[in-house]
Ligand binder design. Sequence first.
Ligand code: CDP
Length: 239
Amino acid sequence: MGGGKNKPELIVDGKRTDGRAFDELRPIKIEAGVLKNAEGSAYLEWGNNKVLAAVYGPKEAQPKHIADPDRAIIKCRYQMAPFSSLEEHNRSGPNRRAIEISKVTKEVFENVILLDNFPGSEIDIFVEVLQSDGGTRAAGITAAAVAVASSGIPMRDIPYAVSAGKAGDQIILDLNKIEDNYSDADMPVAIAPRNNDILLLQMDGSLSKEQVSKAMEMIQKAGETVTKLQRDALEARYR
Ligand code: CDP
């Protein structure tokens, strides 16, 4: 996000930098159950993003004092591999951005996993970004949802996430990195598709009320495609 002097044109002749229409998703591929040692896992490619998600548990919460006697707790770690982009440096420990994305991802799953079924336990969700090109939190949540479903941990719904934003006056779906860097707004959203509950809504930049509605409309329409890909991946693995 932002601008600067050398801001590239994000829309030329009604097309985006990568040739997509305003409401077009990047190509998405999902595979479920890719890791032998994890209870659940998924590998997802979303445009040039490549993301691996792994789920462990439910198991006894450790250390014991963090356990909740009434329900499971979720631990979530989002991380970008040091080779995932030219920007990420191989510093030890998570940076502020990774801590934030881990937190919002955890909150998504706290609202869909049936935590009451597993008192005193913990469920660990890992999201590893192997290659990044904008929209990795949405890709990570979408992959983690397939990983949780593939673990058999009960959820009320399988969430997905997509972002939408604004370039000039135009609302655009699923921003890639260059769009993310130079757009006027970026709004990642996670949704439980069955009743369209909003599980995450962040905003970088600003949008009018009408623009938010338009962005939400695009996101929910795209959600039909993403949800189908998630379900197809699970079916292909567990049929
Ligand atoms: O990935 P997402 O759009 O959810 O998060 P962001 O903070 O808006 O970052 C946008 C993009 O910038 C990421 O997808 C990466 O491609 C890139 N980025 C990076 O390469 N290294 C970082 N430390 C932060 C962001």
